[in-house]
Design a protein around this ligand. Structure first.
Ligand code: GTR
Length: 439
């Protein structure tokens, strides 16, 4: 009898729950600057107990760890450390890949480039979770600085080079050539426009990339697959600060860095971590936590990335949590429609990267990501960068289109849509030339 009542009550809750969900009003993003609510940002240079942070040491020893902890607890969740049994298998090395058509203007050193592919086994076991790294390095002397970025469609989508291993991981079926959630030969090169390899390599930088779905497939499965399934305790309930997918992808970037530190072809002290969109959020969180990344670049990262949450312009905390319930930790949902109660905002994520160079980029038509909010968080990280002895951000007002700011906090907004475009890459290479130092 009791069981039947419980079952009946369960049914009622389900019906009421479904009705509430169905009744949810359609989300209408605010794109009107005059409707941005008045807000006050938490001060990165005041500790939780109200003490001002007036010197680099207090930042380093008190405030920085405090802010990191706040982001772990309330936003992205807590990831494990480096796994005890990490192994690297370099399964492909070719030092004479002809990647680019022969032209009179092709710079020496990239007529042939080096391609290397590495499997990072996260549990040391051949049948455990693994990440495939794809690396292209210019043959311009060693070791080379690199850009490290996750990709959305598999390593084979980066260019048509048939030597790239075709990904066997789960993949969104809407991607070119993907059949039954698996890549096919027709998928090769489908994301090439986001990887202008010739331009990057000719300027002396390598590109290292991995498919983000190797780390955690990007859908909500209750954290069963990917690295969550491999590293979480299956028997214990998930704590509200357990790592979400963004934290998992960021953790994967650190595992890539673990490998790069062992590779004599790469200058692991000059690794710029970069990401577009959800992977821009990921790059920022990876760079904030892992100080081995010498430079961090956020391309159109938007809500939960560079954009200030309190502005509620375009995508909001509520909308991102409803649409992507697996991206952040459970605690982040407490701030749906209550952004002002967050103990952090995204300028503090940028500040965690200080004093290392950081570049935030927006696109004019990418209002969903709130370009102004992206600029402002970079701008509001300036006091921390200055406290640590850098020039911070050179401007106080948002620059015009195509007027890049190249101080230690860099920024640009370009015309066009949400994308990782050639213009963006050219500015990142300029920024790296300036701040990572030329060979
Ligand atoms: C959108 C999402 C954004 C952004 C983007 C992307 O659907 O709302 O936060 O991350 O996806 O990653 O392409």
């Amino acid at each position: 009898m009791v069981r039947r009542i419980v079952a009946w009550l369960g049914g009622v809750v389900l019906v009421v729950g479904q009705a509430a969900w169905a009744a949810q009003p359609e989300f209408k993003p605010n794109y009107d600057e005059s409707k941005v609510p008045a807000y006050e940002l938490p001060d990165p240079l005041v500790t939780r107990d109200g003490r001002p942070v007036a010197d680099a040491r207090t930042w380093r020893e008190v405030r920085r760890p405090e802010i990191l902890e706040l982001f772990r607890t309330h936003v992205y969740g807590r990831a494990p450390g480096r796994p005890a049994k990490l192994t690297f298998d370099v399964f492909d090395l070719d030092r004479a890949v002809e990647l680019f058509p022969a032209t009179a203007t092709r710079p020496a050193g990239i007529a042939h480039v080096t391609r290397k592919q590495v499997t990072i086994r996260l549990t040391g076991q051949a049948d455990g979770p693994s990440i495939d790294l794809l690396m292209y390095l210019p043959n311009l002397g060693r070791p080379v600085p690199v850009f490290l970025l996750l990709n959305f469609a598999g390593n084979h989508a980066v260019c048509t080079d048939p030597g790239i291993r075709l990904s066997r991981s789960w993949m969104r079926s809407s991607y070119p050539g993907v059949v039954d959630n698996r890549a096919t030969e027709a998928s090769r090169g489908s994301a090439a426009s986001r990887f202008p390899l010739d331009q990057i390599l000719a300027r002396g930088y390598g590109v290292v990339t991995a498919y983000y779905g190797d780390i955690d497939p990007d859908f909500d499965d209750g954290f069963k697959n990917g690295v969550h399934g491999a590293f979480d305790r299956p028997d214990a309930p998930r704590p509200p600060d357990a790592w979400g997918s963004i934290a998992a992808w960021a953790w994967g970037l650190s595992r890539a860095m673990d490998y790069l530190e062992t590779d004599p072809d790469v200058d692991s002290r000059r690794v710029a971590v970069l990401g577009h969109s959800r992977l821009g959020k990921t790059a920022l969180w990876a760079g904030a936590q892992d100080e081995r990344f010498a430079m961090v670049i956020s391309n159109n990262s938007g809500c939960g990335g560079a954009a200030l949450s309190r502005r509620c312009f375009g995508e909001t905390v509520t909308r991102i949590n409803q649409h992507f319930p697996h991206w952040f930790c459970e605690n982040f949902k407490r701030y749906n429609d209550r952004e002002s109660e967050l103990p952090v905002d995204q300028h503090m994520l940028i500040a965690l990267i200080a004093p290392r160079p950081v570049y935030v980029a927006s696109a004019e038509e990418d209002r969903w990501a709130d370009p102004k909010g992206e600029f402002l968080s970079a701008r509001h990280a300036d006091p921390v960068y200055r406290l640590l002895g850098t020039d911070g951000m050179a401007v106080s007002d948002m620059p015009e289109l195509g007027q890049p700011v190249m101080s230690t906090i860099g920024y640009h907004i370009r015309p066009g849509k949400h994308d990782l475009a050639l213009y963006d890459w050219q500015r990142y290479v300029d920024f790296a030339d300036k701040h990572l130092g030329k060979r």
